[in-house]
Design a protein around this ligand. Structure first.
Ligand SMILES: NC(=O)C1=CN([C@@H]2O[C@H](COP(=O)(O)OP(=O)(O)OC[C@H]3O[C@@H](n4cnc5c(N)ncnc54)[C@H](O)[C@@H]3O)[C@@H](O)[C@H]2O)C=CC1
Ligand SMILES: O=C(O)C1=N[C@H](C(=O)O)C[C@H](O)C1
Length: 260
């Protein structure tokens, strides 16, 4: 039995990659794609429904899984529509506000909902193991994070950096709302022990690079993840879609639930 998939933002860097891979996957049936009303040209070559309104496609395919890598406002609308229609949603979009993130958590109580800021295997393995590395190194090791992305990326820091900074800060007993440092400029004085620096570089066509620095006395440990192709994220999203369709509502699922 194939899993029916609807892709939001089908002309985007991620949406187009996900649509391509979905069409190549025998376990999936790409039944529809959605784009902005002013960005639909060129999609009619796809052998599926094309629309600017997700609800009209969900009317025909209420059992589908919607995959959304768009912008926060659009993704929130996607989740609301999926919740109303009883459809499942895999969200890859980043840059949500705290209020939007809380809304996703609350809708997950009654909607099959999955969100991950990074759907690559590598980053999700690092999410599992970096806290242990930090604990083993001990409190004398300062934590800093740097991320590099292509010049078209609209949000900063990356959702990956935000997520891992939160997780690693908590491992150190810190809170990014209080201890996060996102820019350093001028006579800034000595680095405080409880700082967690997150730096952002933008340029070129970098798909996604994250380096985690553990800076200690006389040495440092650096862990870098480099994504070479958006297919690594897209394959993670399609894996999540195949998995989510079999789940029940109740929590905001993440890649950790699939790895479990
Ligand atoms: N979770 C993950 O593994 C990854 C997440 N991302 C995130 O995915 C998001 C999208 O990234 P890109 O694909 O590079 O952006 P993009 O700008 O290339 O694509 C976004 C697409 O969404 C469309 N869109 C905007 N509003 C819409 C609406 N109301 N209805 C339908 N379509 C709409 C745009 O027209 C565009 O085609 C970003 O937040 C990015 O951080 C990107 C890569 C991996
Ligand atoms: O915008 C991107 O391209 C990416 N965004 C995600 C993020 O914000 O972490 C994931 C990946 O790094 C690519």
């Amino acid at each position: 039995m194939q899993t029916q998939v609807i892709v939001m933002g089908a002309k985007g860097r991620m949406g187009s990659t996900i649509s391509k891979l979905a069409m190549e996957d025998s376990q999936l049936d790409l039944v529809g794609v959605v784009e902005r009303e002013d960005n639909l040209d060129g999609l009619d070559s796809l052998s599926c429904k094309v629309d600017s309104d997700l609800s009209r496609i969900l009317d025909s395919f209420p059992g589908a899984v919607v995959i959304d890598f768009t912008v926060p406002e659009a993704s929130m609308e996607t989740v609301e529509k999926c919740s109303s229609a009883g459809a499942a949603a895999v969200i890859g979009t980043t840059g949500f506000t705290a209020e939007q993130s809380q809304k996703l958590e609350s809708l997950a109580a009654s909607t099959r909902l999955f969100w991950a800021p990074n759907m690559s295997v590598g980053i999700n393995v690092l999410i599992q193991i970096l806290p242990e590395l930090l604990k083993s190194l001990g409190e004398k090791y300062d934590l800093e994070i740097m991320e590099i992305h292509h010049k078209f990326k609209k949000d900063a820091p990356s959702g990956t950096a935000v997520k891992l900074a939160q997780i690693l800060a908590e491992t150190k007993g810190l809170d990014m709302d209080r201890h996060g440092v996102y820019a350093r400029h001028g006579i800034i004085g000595e680095r405080q022990k409880d700082e967690v620096g997150v730096q952002t570089l933008r340029g070129g066509d970098v798909v996604g690079e994250h380096t985690f620095y553990f800076l200690g006395p006389g040495e440092r440990v650096e862990v870098t993840h480099r994504a070479h192709s958006r297919e690594t994220f897209a394959q993670g999203a399609l894996r999540a879609a195949r998995w989510l369709v079999e789940q029940k509502p109740g929590k905001l699922y993440s890649m950790a639930d699939i790895f479990a």
